[in-house]
Design a protein around this ligand. Sequence first.
Ligand code: 6PG
Length: 247
Amino acid sequence: MANREKLTIVADDAALARVVTNLVIGEAQVALNARGRFDLALAGGTTPKAAYAMLAEEHRTTLDWSRVRFFFGDERCVPPDSTESNYRTAHDALLGPLDIAGARVFRMRGEDQPAAAAAAYAQVLRHELTGDAAGTPTFDLVLLGMGPDGHTASLFPGEDPRVGDDDLVRAPYVAKFATHRLTLTPRVIDAARVVAIATAGDAKSDALHAVFDGPSDPATYPIAILAPASGDLRWFVDRAAAAKLAR
Ligand code: 6PG
């Protein structure tokens, strides 16, 4: 059962974009002050687009973006210029408008053979990120969304997300989409200093109710597997997504 104390309910999409933007800027300043760089894993899907645009529009000069490195929580197995690509979504809304140098953007290569792309990205994480005490590469902030079925990143229902958790990046076959995906594993997500889940809309209300008000059931709702060891897991949802939460 997710922790209600870590849940922020906001009015609508615009308010959600605002709180996510403020979170990213706040965590970036903490990381830059503490370690001189900010390693951020971006969420895919559509929900974060408004926050990405707000970051680019409002914070071009309020943050030293040259010390921010961008990674991805998951990716579709498509080329980077595909409209389905999470990289393209982030590039169009954030990375391009901020003129982020390619050397500071570490995309998952969705155009490559899935298993090879997953193994290659695991090597990128090992090489670029500092490991925690268990040797797991550590992000400063992992942004995530949630699907109506309770998936997050590309951890989908039907397979226990704990399976094979000795790896860092996985290439599951997602039957509902008849395609492979690339995704960080719960092990990597949980190693982050901060994990922030942002979700909106009434289509997410049943999954949110199950995760917050029901027993933990990661096989059915994979997002329920997330339990950062020492990091902070925070939820940001709009009223529509929160509509079925127990009072
Ligand atoms: C993806 C995402 C996925 C997404 C949810 C919510 O590649 O699609 O990583 O986990 O966050 O499906 O998507 P929306 O924000 O579009 O509702």
